[in-house]
Design a protein around this ligand. Structure first.
Ligand SMILES: [Zn+2]
Length: 66
C-alpha cells in the first residue's frame, strides 16, 4: 500500500466530494489534526490526521514552491 504524503497548501481530492459538488480541497493546516478548505464554497473542515489519511484519495496539486 502506497503511503500518502501531503503537505500544507496541497490541493487534494477526497473519496467523497463536498455536498457543494466540488472535490478540490486545500490543506490549510497540518499536525495532529488537518484542516482542509473546499475550493468551491470556502467551507473548512477539521479532522484528525488518521481520518484525513483514510478519506483523502490523492494530491491534485502540490503546494510546494520549487
Ligand atoms: Zn464546498
Amino acid at each position: 500500500m502506497e503511503a500518502k504524503t501531503f503537505q500544507l497548501d496541497d490541493v487534494v481530492e477526497m473519496k467523497k466530494p463536498h455536498p457543494c459538488g466540488t472535490n478540490r480541497w486545500r490543506i490549510i493546516r497540518t499536525g495532529m489534526d488537518v484542516r482542509i478548505k473546499c475550493e468551491g464554497c470556502g467551507h473548512s473542515v477539521l479532522m484528525p490526521r488518521a481520518e484525513f489519511e483514510k478519506k483523502m484519495r490523492r494530491v491534485l496539486e502540490s503546494g510546494a514552491k520549487t
